[in-house]
Ligand binder design. Sequence first.
Ligand SMILES: [Fe+2]
Ligand SMILES: [Fe+2]
Length: 513
Amino acid sequence: MKNFEADILHQVEDILNIGIALSMEKDHNRLLEMIVSEARRITNADAGTLYLRDGDFLVFKITQNETLQSFQGGSDNPINLPPVPMRLENVSSYVALRNESVNIPDVYSAEGFDFSGPKNYDKITGYRTVSMLVIPLENHEGDVIGVLQLINATDENKHPIPFSSDYEKVISSLASQAAISLTNQQLIEDIEQLFNSFVEVMAAAIDSRTPYNANHTRRVALLSGALAAVIDAEEQGCWAEVGFDETRTNQLVMSAWLHDIGKIATPLEVMNKCSRIERHLELIMQRLDYIMQKWRSEYLEKKLEMISYGNLYQEDLEALEANWAEQQLLIEQSRALIIRADNPATFVDGEIQQQLQQVAARRYVDEYGQEQPWLTEAELINLCVTKGTLTEEERKIMEDHVQVTQRMLEKIPFTNKLKDVPFFAGIHHEHLDGKGYPLGLKGDDIPLEGRILALTDVFDALTAADRPYKKALPIDQSLKILGFMVKDGELDGDLLDLFIRHRVWEMIESDQT
Ligand SMILES: [Fe+2]
Ligand SMILES: [Fe+2]
């Protein structure tokens, strides 16, 4: 009796330990292997097969046969056997369909099932299938997700014997724990996949807000992942000790996918501003036309007056003509100046700014009799932007996207492995010299992930037609600019060296859409 109790206790302990081990195993293939080998160990079974259900089929996942020394399945050694259709005459399918165990002492004398499969197998291999214990893998929702088939329980002399009915309960208990672990694993994978697809869709939506660089986020994610792999493989120099395992890389790539998500809140007129005053240019041109027309009528009226009243003095007429010529010239020069200043390629220096101020200071009387400036204050501010198209205020709005990114991401309950995503994504515009934004982080305060994102982000902006008015630069010119940014203390020079040495941009070429 004591022995029996000890046995039971041992079995319960065994099952508990296996349950813990199963729930802790994160690798899908190892989990499947563990289910078969543990069940075989408990029952002294010589062989075992694990099937997982896929619709109307049972798919072979693991086969183990001690006598034949055949171990198949898992990631390294996939099984090429065709899936088993769900028919009641097949014992494994029966177990799956009926959700009940089957214990067969001798397959060759058993009736009710079609055992041509195992018999054929025996014929080919010289094996002898005797006993069989087939157990359904039922998850917490009562669904059979797979079948565990154990073959040939053995005695101490390794002779095949029937499976003791005591084992049915034990293996059923193991099978249900295994089913829960497998279902959990599947659920986690499903959630990860769902989240990843959601992130990709979001990124595509953000990118589509600007038609100029529709693959920006995707390219930054691919470049960052490729650069991380290069760092991880590097065995020399300052990178020898730096590793990027799967978890670290996943977090970096996720940060890349989400780095510009804050652009969802950036007004389109700022994000896609393609010249300094855009449609206002037409308004100003119409205004100048109006002024010109007014001056022209005044000139013609005066001329007519002179001629009709007969007090035509040559010098008066000449003065009138000269004034009119001057007025026309002034309008034309103003027009040319404004068109030039509107062009984003123009560097609006102090001299141009002064000329613009002179134009803006001029007044005319509109059709309502109101005195108006030639250029409004807002038009003058926009035209006086030295470089690019954005005013100081618009640049700040543009830069705000990083803080919005961080604020949005902080609301997402990332798992522990992705907990730094909001921080990494929010520091992709920081510069090593502390002059970046939004935090002005300096040197070592910027983690490697932040430096990688900063580098790949600028590289992509340079090599793509990033702004409406900007052409994509060739690689060599882009790398030169990145080199200047390193010299200016903005980007990490060691990282750029590695990026160039391994030509990381070529690694992602086949992955781009
Ligand atoms: Fe950004
Ligand atoms: Fe970006």
